[in-house]
Design a binder for this molecule. Structure first.
Ligand code: ATP
Ligand code: MG
Length: 283
C-alpha cells in the first residue's frame, strides 16, 4: 500500500489517483513504507568568520526503502549539505541519523567509511575522480575496496559505461583527458558498480546534454526498479520526473513534498502534477 496518507492535517494536498502532494511547515507526510534513513532533529551549521550559519534546522525526515527520492530547492538552500549528512559523508551539528534502524551519528570516521562502502554509492556535485587513475580504474575502485574480482568488475563497468554512452576504448583515458560530462558519467558508473542499497546523487546530470541526461537517468531508474533506493538532488524538472517522491527544501526544513508515484515515461498528468507542486513551492 505505497501511498496511503495517514492524515492531511496541516498539509495542503492535491492528488491524482494514488498520488499526492502536500505543503507543510513542520514535518513531512507520513506513509506506510519501510524507512531506510531517519533523521531526528537533524541540524547542520557552519561557522564562517565567527558567524554561525544554520543551514539544516531540526529536521525530522524519513527516506523510504526502494524510493526514488528527489530533493529540490533554491541554490544555497542546503540540498548538498543535507545529502552529505544523510549519506554519512559529513556529520550533523546536532540531532541524529539512523540507517536501517542503526544510528550512524556516533560512528567514528573509520566506522563511517566502512558503512558507506557497504551500503552507499555517490555521485557528487564536484565529480571527485582520482586524476592518476583511468576512468575505468576510478569506476571499479569502490568494488576493489570491498574485495570484488577485478575481471568481474571490469565486465560490469564496461556494460555500465556502454549504457551511459562511453565506449570501451574510452575507458582507458584519465580524468584530465575526458570532458566534464564524461567524467560525470564515469562517476555515475563508480556510484552504482557495487549495487549499493542507496545511491546518493548530487546533480548527476549537471554537465550533460539531453542524451547524456537520459542515459544517466535511465541507469538510476533501472537500478531503482531493481529495488535500490535513490536519493538525488536536482534543479531539473526533467530529472525530478523520475522520482516517486519529491521533497522541497527551504529555510532549513522540508517545505512540502509531492508523491507522484512510480515514473512512467510520457505521463503528462504526472508531469503537470510535479510542475504544479514546484510552482506552489515557489520554485
Ligand atoms: N563547508 C562549508 N562552510 C561554510 N558554509 C558552507 C559550507 N558548505 C556549505 N556552506 C553554505 O551552506 C549553504 C548551503 O550550501 P549547499 O551547498 O548545501 O547548497 P545547495 O542547496 O546544494 O546549493 P546549489 O543548488 O547551489 O548546489 C550555502 O550558503 C553555503 O555557502
Ligand atoms: Mg548543491
Amino acid at each position: 500500500m505505497p501511498y496511503r496518507r495517514k492524515t492531511c492535517g496541516i498539509f495542503r494536498c492535491f492528488s491524482i489517483g494514488k498520488s499526492t502532494c502536500a505543503a507543510n511547515s513542520k514535518g513531512v507526510m507520513a506513509v506506510d513504507r519501510k524507512t531506510i534513513i531517519k533523521t531526528d532533529k537533524l541540524s547542520k551549521s557552519f561557522s564562517v568568520s565567527g558567524k554561525q550559519y544554520h543551514i539544516i534546522k531540526n529536521l525530522d525526515l524519513e527516506i523510504y526503502e526502494g524510493d526514488f527520492t528527489v530533493i529540490m530547492g533554491s541554490s544555497g538552500a542546503g540540498k548538498s549539505t543535507l545529502l552529505y549528512a544523510l549519506s554519512g559523508m559529513d556529520k550533523p551539528s546536532l540531532g541524529s541519523i539512523e540507517y536501517a534502524g542503526k544510528e550512524i551519528t556516533g560512528m567514528n570516521d573509520d566506522q563511517l567509511a566502512v558503512f558507506r562502502r557497504k551500503h552507499c554509492g555517490f555521485v557528487f556535485q564536484q565529480v571527485h575522480l582520482v586524476d592518476s587513475m583511468s576512468i575505468m580504474d576510478n569506476a571499479i575502485s569502490t568494488g576493489m575496496l570491498i574485495g570484488q574480482k577485478q575481471k568481474d568488475l571490469k565486465k560490469k563497468a564496461t556494460e555500465l559505461f556502454e549504457r551511459v554512452g562511453i565506449s570501451e576504448e574510452m575507458t582507458d583515458k584519465f580524468p584530465a583527458q575526458v570532458s566534464g560530462g564524461e567524467a560525470q558519467r564515469a562517476a555515475m558508473v563508480r556510484a552504482v558498480i557495487n549495487d549499493p542499497d542507496v545511491v546518493f546523487a548530487d546533480e548527476p546530470t549537471g554537465a550533460l546534454n539531453s542524451a547524456g541526461v537520459e542515459a544517466v537517468l535511465n541507469v538510476l531508474t533501472d537500478i531503482n526498479n531493481e529495488g535500490q533506493s535513490v536519493v538525488m538532488v536536482t534543479h531539473d524538472i526533467k530529472s525530478a520526473r523520475r522520482a516517486n517522491r519529491i521533497l522541497y527544501l527551504e529555510d532549513g526544513g522540508i517545505k512540502g513534498e509531492c508523491n507522484p508515484g512510480k515514473y512512467v515515461s510520457g505521463d503528462k498528468k504526472r508531469h503537470e502534477m510535479i510542475r504544479g507542486f514546484l510552482e506552489e513551492m515557489g520554485w
